[in-house]
Design a protein around this ligand. Structure first.
Ligand SMILES: C[S@@+](CC[C@H](N)C(=O)[O-])C[C@H]1O[C@@H](n2cnc3c(N)ncnc32)[C@H](O)[C@@H]1O
Length: 293
């Protein structure tokens, strides 16, 4: 396996390895393989590339993974479709990992349209084969629907004012145009950029991120082999809430429970890691395991 060219720094790497505790010969499913940082580290320990499946919905990520992982199966798919398919095939895995959200590939390339501080088209599709983009939402959705996603997915206090401004300023085609419209709504400056929550909300809506996660969680648990471990890293409270609830429901089934918690509270990054990799600031890691029987 050749060494990956690192642009994306994997978060909470050691904590993920400690919880997943990969053993030689174990099978591995990475639902959000991205740049393959976590996957590479897990595979160094399992030494079983043929028993691994790496998934990403972004075809560009899959192209990068193809160069790094030679004997491993790679699947370009959203993870909900993938887990449904794998369950249908009766597959089980010793190790499952999901590191949610976007990668540096998305954030650092203005052309992908994810970042309010990089000029580019309002795109935000992780899979550029899908038709719905941020530009379509911003320019065609009703003011009420815009306000609704800003509130639900961005937890934006000024959702209605921002939605009104967006509708008044249409058409909006670029990230910097949208960032400027949102910034005008805020008179007082805070530590985070005023457009942060709007961009998050649009990204979640474009990629249907919360539905993907909510529908996949029970299937991820089913795909665990006896003795298997599942770790999920999330980056905002809406995702963490879904994971927490799903894990809680699975672990609180009394004597029937097959699943037990490996983390009581979410694991977060150390101050040192945050200095090296600011993206780790909001990362929360939770993990569960299936009893051996
Ligand atoms: C944070 S990055 C993962 C980074 C990876 N752990 C590493 O070490 O390189 C998240 C990746 O998941 C992908 N992704 C996000 N949501 C997805 C979904 N619902 N289905 C499949 N892939 C998804 C993104 O395209 C992105 O490449």
């Amino acid at each position: 396996m050749s060494k990956p060219k690192q642009t994306h720094i994997p978060v909470l790497m050691q904590q993920v390895l400690d919880l997943l505790a990969p053993q030689a010969g174990e099978s591995f499913l990475d639902l959000t393989a991205g740049a393959g940082g976590h996957a590479g580290a897990v595979l160094e320990l399992t030494m079983a590339p043929a028993k691994a499946t790496l998934i990403d919905r972004d075809p560009e990520a899959i192209d990068g993974l193809r160069k790094k992982f030679k004997d491993t199966s790679l699947l370009q798919s959203d993870f909900y479709s993938a887990v449904k398919e794998l369950k249908g095939q009766g597959k089980k895995y010793d190790i499952i990992l999901a590191d949610l959200g976007v990668s540096s590939l998305h954030l650092e390339h203005g052309l992908r349209g994810f970042s309010f501080n990089r000029p580019g088209p309002l795109d935000m599709r992780m899979d550029r084969g899908q038709s719905l983009s941020a530009e379509e939402i911003v320019n065609t959705w009703s003011e009420a629907d815009l306000a609704n996603i800003l509130k639900r997915y961005g937890e934006e206090r000024k959702s209605r004012q921002i939605a009104r401004k967006i509708v008044a300023q249409r058409p909006i085609h670029t990230t910097d145009q949208l960032a400027a419209v949102v910034t005008k709504t805020y008179r007082i400056r805070s530590r985070i950029h005023p457009a942060t929550r709007t961009f998050q909300a649009l990204r979640v809506a474009v990629n249907d991120e919360l539905n993907q996660l909510e529908k996949s969680l029970p299937l991820m648990l089913e795909l665990l082999a006896p003795g298997g471990r599942l770790a999920i890293i999330s980056f905002h409270s809406l995702e963490d809430r879904l994971i927490k609830q799903s894990f809680k429901a699975a672990t609180e089934q009394g004597y029937e429970a097959e699943i037990y918690a490996l983390t009581k509270k979410p694991v977060t990054a150390t101050p040192d890691e945050i200095v090296l990799n600011p993206r780790a600031r909001s990362a929360k890691l939770r993990a569960v395991a299936k009893i051996k029987k």
